[in-house]
Design a protein around this ligand. Structure first.
Ligand code: TEU
Length: 567
């Protein structure tokens, strides 16, 4: 299927440029919560090193490591104090080098987090910027005088409650922070600042990292007039795709990325699927992939509260996303990350009866879609949401600030707040990895920084690995299948039953052959007939569903994957 036109042209398959990061299966590690090697209750790099064989056995070949840098941890490392230093809680640069070497020795690549929409307020640049209006790095940040009434310069809200502006007494101006007060936004319109970013990127690429996941990259370019947020518009839509975003991404490609064999994935907060195309169309030379947010936003109402949703709505997201990769672009598929709740508790059924079965269905979806799949730690065996019972159990700054704001303005309703957070909090995915039934799930010998889910006695990696037909083995088999079947990577995507309320069925085709995937998204048994055009189907992998002729019988929460057109 590979059509090489001449010796220098890149290989193509099914009309698409063939390249390693399209074929990769990625796994996200949130280092605070993965594995603690020294008993201080916080995960660390040595902890990850001890689990490399686990990752290799699962079969993933690309790791996204959430921030491992020096940070005061106002936002768990997404507030960086020194971009070239490893967090002391996580280890040393020697540990980082050993991690990278251990991954590469196993054929696993590593992308690190690039958090450059903002720095920490403890970064040396900001400390200096604060010294006064004439300081050398003042313009690395975004400062404004008070509005004529003496208040904040505009009505922009921060994502972590309150205004996006904080008053700096010493220099008599406000600084902008779209996130926490301790995360001042960097001024990308300053070429010297951009040069600093290019340098720090080269620092990690020269060490051998294989690319970057770019935190809130759509927000880096601000309209210098800082136009007011119109009523009814979501702040992330307003902040995304500022006037120079594409120029800056192209400059980044030219100055840095084009000189390395690396992959980039931008966090696409605020970008709709049309805007995403502009960032990942390879002819434009910007980014390789995006985490588009529809899949983690469609089940929320305008106020961000959970709402009921239907399977056809869910399917539409994947169909649109696949269509956006029209031969000139690529993107990611994901169901969770460290800012989400657990997929099995959100899109599946985490009751004891269906947890394992629905985890298999969700991982089958993730690993057979078009786009590079990103699996979040613990989702390989179906870790669930945490049963929060008190507000004090939350660590996330978003929660703490929201509660403090509610208390301050007299709207604090503990029961309602808890009910909402039990379905939405980012802390659900941040609880420590459940490695075994041992105390603290085997994550630490000390006191964990965030409580381990009490269900670790039942749900843990050791138990999952020992199960012959469990979700862990099924996920490993799905990864192996994706690696063996080019149609699962490069095949055209077609939804076979967009309106079906319980079955999610699709084909992935290259020419007259390919793969069909049939998933039962519910507890009731279903029968689904494959169209005759998908001739001579043969089962490749199933979690309890069966095939007879063209007819697939699916007990509750089962998946079946077959090849067709090979006869
Ligand atoms: O996330 C930014 C983001 O857009 C959100 O999902 C964010 O978590 C939410 O709006 C807050 O309520 C990235 C990181 O993934 C996140 O962990 C950081 O907190 C954030 O940027 C700031 O760096």
């Amino acid at each position: 299927m590979t059509e090489a036109t001449n010796s220098t042209a890149p290989a193509r398959i099914n009309g698409m440029r063939k390249i390693w990061w399209k074929e990769a299966v990625a796994y996200q590690i949130y280092p605070r919560s993965f594995m603690d090697s020294d008993g201080d209750g916080v995960g660390d790099l040595r902890g990850i090193i001890g689990k490399l064989d686990y990752l290799a056995e699962l079969g993933v070949d690309l790791i996204w490591l959430s921030p491992h840098y020096d940070s005061p941890n106002a936002d768990n490392g997404y507030d960086i104090r020194d971009y070239r230093k490893v967090s002391e809680q996580f280890g040393s640069m020697a540990d980082f080098d050993a991690l990278l070497e251990g991954l590469h020795a196993r054929g696993i690549r590593l992308i690190v987090d690039l958090v450059v929409n903002h720095s920490s307020d403890e970064h040396a640049w900001f400390a200096e910027a604060r010294q006064g209006r004439d300081s050398a790095t003042r313009d690395y940040y975004i400062w404004r005088d008070p509005a004529p009434d003496g208040g904040v310069p505009n009505n922009w809200p921060s994502f972590f409650s309150g205004p996006a502006w904080t008053w700096d007494e010493a220099s008599g101006q406000y600084y902008l922070h779209l996130f926490a007060q301790k995360q001042p936004d960097l001024n990308w319109d300053n070429p010297a600042l951009r040069g600093e970013v290019w340098d720090l990127m080269r620092f990690w690429l020269d060490k051998g990292v294989d690319g970057f996941r770019m935190d809130v990259i759509p927000f880096i370019s601000k309209d210098p007039t800082l136009p007011a947020l119109p009523e009814g518009v979501k702040p992330q839509r307003h902040y995304a795709e500022g006037p120079k975003l594409h120029d800056y991404l192209r400059e980044m490609r030219r100055e840095v990325l084009s000189h390395y064999d690396c992959a980039t994935v931008g966090e696409g907060n605020g970008l709709d699927q049309e805007q995403m195309r502009r960032v990942v169309d390879e002819r434009r030379e910007e980014l390789d992939m995006i985490f588009q947010f529809d899949v983690v936003e469609f089940d929320r109402d305008a106020a961000g509260n959970p709402r009921d949703w239907t399977l056809p709505e869910f399917k539409e997201i994947f169909a649109r996303q696949a269509a956006s990769m029209d031969g000139h672009g690529w993107t990611t598929v994901y169901l969770a990350n460290h800012d989400c709740t657990r997929p099995v508790s959100r899109y599946g059924d985490d009751s004891p009866e269906w947890r394992a079965a629905s985890t298999k269905v969700l991982n089958a979806l993730l690993l057979t879609q078009k786009g590079t799949p990103f699996l979040y730690q613990g989702d390989e065996f179906g870790m669930t949401n945490f049963p929060f019972t008190e507000i004090g159990q939350f660590e996330d700054i978003a929660v703490r600030n929201a509660w403090a704001a509610a208390e301050a303005n007299g709207t604090a309703d503990e029961a309602a707040f808890l009910a909402r957070l039990n379905r939405t909090s980012r802390d659900h995915s941040r609880t420590p990895m459940q490695w075994s039934a041992a105390p603290q799930g085997g994550f630490t010998t000390g006191t964990p920084w965030l409580a381990v889910n009490p269900n670790h006695a039942r749900i843990n990696a050791e138990a999952a690995l020992a199960e012959v037909d469990g979700p862990w083995q099924f996920t490993r088999d799905l990864i192996a299948l994706r690696k063996a079947q080019p149609a699962l990577v490069y095949g055209d995507y077609e939804d076979l039953a967009p309106d079906h309320a319980a079955i999610f069925a699709y084909s992935r085709a290259i020419g007259g052959a390919g793969i069909a995937v049939v998933l039962n998204f519910g507890a009731e048994a279903q029968v689904f007939d494959l169209p005759e055009t998908l001739s001579a189907p043969q089962v490749l992998l199933s979690s309890g569903a069966t095939l007879q002729g063209q007819s697939v019988s699916l007990p509750g929460w089962t998946a079946l994957i077959c090849a067709w057109g090979q006869a």
